[in-house]
Ligand binder design. Sequence first.
Ligand code: ADP
Length: 218
Amino acid sequence: MLKAIIFGAPGAGKGTYATRLQAKLGVDVIAMGDIFREIVKEKSDLAAKVKGYMEKGSLVPDEVVVEVLKSHLAKISGGKGFILDGYPRTLDQAKKLDVITQIDVIMQLNVPDWIIIERLSTRRVCKNCGTIFNVKFLKPKVEGVCDKCGGPLYQRADDNPETIKNRLKVYQEQTAPLIEFYKEKKVPFIELETKTLDQPPEVMVDKLFAELKRLNFA
Ligand code: ADP
């Protein structure tokens, strides 16, 4: 049973690779951003609270995030592994996770800022199923339409230049230091570099899968 974190800046490819690994590995993916985007659609106090943070590209407060994580971990059927995408994002979140379970491996995606900015500003997401596309680098077969479910593609409200800048700052300040935290704990790392804009996801997914296999996690 694999317990993994896919780690990297916004736009590093976490969601794109995690969903592709999901089928190959037979694990669940817990994608915090997707979960919060669903929550925001509701009419609730929680939705109103979360919305403001997301729109600015700031982090939702730890106590909210931890409760949401716990409820999703509890839903994973027995014996099934998982990949966490977008959790933890702060030291406090990592420490809270540590009390709940031990992580086997971190898949760390290193991508330069210029690629991230270019990718995020041209990203499109399926409104229906959340599949990620890009109008330049990961085009859908039919413009504006999801290959998987036929749903409409949209641009996320936080994928605009101002908010992207803030998200990268938040990542550097609050999330990147977690690498040190897990290195100190001697959790194994798989590190992947992206150096070009046109890197097909399959190439990266195959590399991640091969490394997981080498470490006996697949
Ligand atoms: P990104 O492309 O920035 O990685 P996500 O879709 O993972 O975006 O997350 C979108 C937003 O959801 C974040 O900017 C933040 O407001 C909120 N969010 C997601 N995960 C967390 C978390 N672990 N802690 C706090 N806020 C989070």
